[in-house]
Design a protein around this ligand. Structure first.
Ligand code: NAP
Length: 288
């Protein structure tokens, strides 16, 4: 693998959040820029929400190219930025910041990465009918991006727990601002989920169900997976979840979470520097 060429001109991209020491992003993006021959290094910085304002000012003063923002900072950093893209504004969360001409611009690639992965697998987004299971961080970003990309209808399923009212409010805001019909349903009602899935062209799992070590977990039942349905999962460990295997066995288009992760990283690099990340190189180097 190419090594970064550290010089007096080397530029920096940061990861802001807490904790950040488990992240693969520094190795992945540094390798990606070295592979493209670009003099850019990516490092992680342990920053909590109280330190974000100073961190953003510091990045501007020190000429950073930009940053990723992870938990728990995604919903706090927007207030310290100069501009937000429509996706970041509507999601109320920022995961990518670019510094351009001394201005910090916030964006969110979580939903766009997932949607790009669907498109790369030949799935039509505009006019689609979607069943979306889970509306946490990833699920609400995906819901928002699908609405911005003009799907016809979204049925969102979430547990009727302490987050139900907040989820209802988020769904109503996205529906109103994008003029998209979005209905919220109780995840416990599997008959209702089946009737929505049978009317859908896309079904998505945006819960951690199916993630290692509980790899036998899977919310949709086999009778929901009908001909013509495309299935997407946000979970990338294991690479092939039970849901993705079930969909593949039925001959359906099935898009696992690794594709989302890679496309999200690629969209970040495009936002920072306009570069086209070699996703195949990154997949082979880090995930095979
Ligand atoms: P999150 O914010 O905690 O949201 C999790 C969602 O799943 C919530 O809607 C939650 O419901 C629901 N949920 C949690 N446990 C559940 C269970 N046992 N049964 C049914 N529903 C359950 O998490 P997140 O950040 O959205 O992450 C969700 C998944 O996406 C994780 O597996 C994560 O690894 C994956 N992810 C992948 C990528 C990628 O690049 N591929 C990026 C981000 C996330 P409540 O709101 O009611 O708790």
């Amino acid at each position: 693998m190419n090594q970064p060429n550290i010089t007096g001109h080397t530029k920096l991209i940061g990861l802001l959040g807490h904790p950040v020491d488990h992240s693969m992003s520094p190795a992945m993006h540094t390798a990606s820029y070295a592979h493209m021959g670009e003099d850019i290094v990516y490092l992680s910085f342990d920053v909590e929400p109280e330190g974000l304002e100073a961190a953003v000012e510091g990045m501007k003063i020190m000429g950073f190219v930009g940053a990723n923002v992870t938990m728990p900072c995604k919903t706090f950093v927007g207030q310290y930025l100069d501009e937000l893209t429509p996706a970041a504004e509507l999601m109320g969360a920022v995961n990518t910041v670019a510094i351009r001409d001394g201005k910090a611009i916030g964006h969110n690639t979580d939903g766009a990465g997932f949607v790009k992965n669907l498109e790369n697998n030949g799935v039509a987004i505009e006019g689609a009918h979607v069943t979306l299971i889970g509306c946490g961080g990833a699920g609400s970003a995906i819901m928002t991006q699908l609405a911005l990309d003009k799907v016809a209808h979204i049925d969102v399923f979430n547990a009727k727990d302490q987050f139900w009212n907040a989820t209802m409010a988020r769904v109503a805001t996205v529906a109103e601002k994008t003029n998209t019909p979005i209905d919220l349903h109780d995840l416990a009602d599997l008959e209702d989920m089946k009737s929505c899935a049978l009317k859908s062209t896309i079904l998505i799992n945006a819960t951690p169900v199916g993630m290692a070590p509980n790899t036998e977990g899977c919310i949709p039942t086999e009778d929901m997976l009908h001909e013509g349905l495309a299935v997407g999962d946000t979970v990338y460990n294991p690479r092939e979840t039970k849901l993705i295997k079930m969909a593949k066995d039925k001959g359906l288009v099935a898009c696992g979470g690794l594709g989302m992760l890679l496309q999200q990283a690629a969209l970040g690099e495009e936002f920072w520097t306009g570069s086209k990340m070699d996703t195949k190189f990154i997949e082979d180097s880090f995930y095979n």
